[in-house]
Design a protein around this ligand. Structure first.
Ligand code: NI
Length: 178
């Protein structure tokens, strides 16, 4: 397993719609292993393949004791609305309140290529939706008002102007974001 570089706001792959995975093979399983490793080092609650530069529909979650990979994930049911602060490993140090469906039902494939269905609420539901957004080229900042977004992005770009389009996650990071 290896830790992968994480793409940052401004990297075009974050705005790409990731491609469906046709068959779950060893290459995809190796990618999932690396993504778990990367999410662990970065202390994330979720990570999508776009964030490690690969526009394919796979993401990993580690939230509230639930750790799983999801391949070709789809939300098939949603209920309620809830707001909470979100962050993103691709936009470090930036946070904003995002309103999303509170409870969802997820359908996806696991690492073996087997379909599974998962009912989720709270942080797990939020993380799943945040990661599926990534696979559609959508970032959490797209869910906030245009003025707030402009302020956040302008400040973030100023604070991170010396960084490139990727960063190597370090174990000392301690903020739990996705
Ligand atoms: Ni994110």
């Amino acid at each position: 397993m290896s830790v992968m570089d994480i793409h940052l706001l401004g990297s075009p792959v974050l705005r790409q719609r990731a491609e469906e995975i046709e068959g779950v093979d060893d290459e995809i399983r190796a990618l999932i292993d690396d993504m778990f490793e990367t999410m662990g080092v970065a202390c994330g609650v979720g990570l999508a393949a776009n964030q490690v530069g690969i526009a394919r529909r796979v993401a990993v979650i580690n939230a509230e004791g639930q750790t799983f990979a999801m391949i070709n994930p789809v939300v098939v049911e949603q209920t309620g609305r809830a707001g909470a602060e979100e962050g993103c490993l691709s936009i470090p140090d930036a946070y904003a309140e995002v309103t999303r469906p509170e409870s969802i039902v997820l359908e996806a494939l696991d690492e073996s290529g087997e379909p599974f269905r998962l009912a989720a609420t709270g942080l797990v539901a939020r993380a799943i939706q945040h990661e599926i957004d990534h696979l559609d080229g959508v970032l959490f900042i797209d869910h906030i008002g245009p003025l707030k977004r402009q302020l956040l992005v302008t400040r973030w770009k100023k604070e991170h102007r010396d960084e490139g389009l990727t960063r190597t996650p370090r174990p000392e990071e301690s903020d739990a974001t996705n």
